[in-house]
Design a protein around this ligand. Structure first.
Ligand code: GLN
Length: 292
């Protein structure tokens, strides 16, 4: 990609980048250009707005253009900058973990609401922790919690994030396949954002997801429900009586996941919660106390 050689100011670089990203069918070209510019100059986006006429040095211009080239190829902004905001905190990410999505904040909100009145130590299990966001945010928000977080990835990014947010002593990371690991327990809360995309629909995901995100964090099997079929009955075994199971779901999966929870009659107070776009996003249930 060739950027004009003459001395250019910040606004003209942004306009040029916006145009390139628009041509590449990037969903939010101006925003992405601004985020990548701020990162190239090591300043905030607000500062960017304050100096529209600032002239870029050659190095700054090269940094910016190389970032835009990567974005044109639809590499996610989070992979280019190495960070993603979630719950107003900054998390490290890379191509080995799913970049946190804003709708997953609904899952956090629901867990916090359900645990609000609990004062004694809270034991939590996070299945498929990825970048660690669920375990880390819950650890920060519930200082009296102890969390086990399982993921089959190396957990390098998650451990780094836990240190960064000063909760490493509250979270025990276990690198294992959640379908084979010893979950230990019992827990007051089991939470998970498992892979839930139908295998045959993976190719329909946006290029950012399809080409750059780890398929093992997305592929939920033929009907997308493989992990729910495993987690729902297994979690019942590992929950305290009245303990909460909280799962993120794909927006078409609520009925199927609710049916799994109802099938063994091991759960009660089953609830589906929508995200801010109005899509079903979270299913919650409490462990029913059998013969209790
Ligand atoms: N919400 C993610 C997406 O649409 C999928 C996350 C998942 O499978 N857990 O890309």
């Amino acid at each position: 990609m060739k950027k004009m050689d003459r001395c250019q100011n910040l606004t003209s670089f942004l306009d040029w980048a916006q145009h390139k990203l628009l041509q590449a069918e990037v969903a939010s070209p101006r925003l992405d250009a601004e985020v990548l510019m701020a990162e190239s100059l090591n300043i905030s986006r607000t500062e960017l707005m304050t100096y529209p006429d600032r002239v870029l040095s050659r190095i700054e211009a090269e940094n910016f253009c190389s970032r835009i080239e990567r974005r044109v190829l639809r590499e996610p902004v989070s992979h280019i900058t190495g960070v993603q905001e979630f719950w107003s905190l900054e998390f490290s990410v890379n191509e080995k973990v799913l970049t946190p999505r804003p709708e997953t904040e609904i899952l956090v909100e629901q867990c916090l609401k359900a645990l609000a009145r609990k004062s004694s130590p809270v034991r939590i299990l996070d299945l498929g922790t990825g970048s660690g966001i669920l375990a880390i945010v819950l650890a920060k928000e519930i200082p009296q919690s102890q969390i086990m977080a399982i993921d089959k990835s190396t957990l390098e990014v998650a451990r780094k994030n836990a240190l960064r947010h000063a909760v490493a002593d509250q979270v025990c990371f276990v690198s294992a396949d959640l379908m084979q690991a010893d979950w230990q327990g019992p827990y007051h809360l089991i939470v998970s954002n498992p892979p839930y995309i139908e295998s045959e629909n993976l190719f329909k995901c946006m290029p950012e997801v399809r080409q750059y995100e780890p398929v093992q964090a997305l592929d939920g099997g033929r009907d997308g429900l493989d992990y729910y079929r495993f987690i729902v009955p297994s979690a019942w075994e590992k929950l305290e009586d009245d303990g909460l199971l909280a799962l993120e779901i794909g927006h078409t999966q609520a009925a199927a996941v609710v049916a799994l929870m109802e099938s063994g009659s091991g759960y009660q107070d089953i609830q589906v919660v929508q995200d801010y776009s109005g899509y079903d996003r979270v299913v919650l249930a409490r462990k029913r106390i059998l013969n209790g």
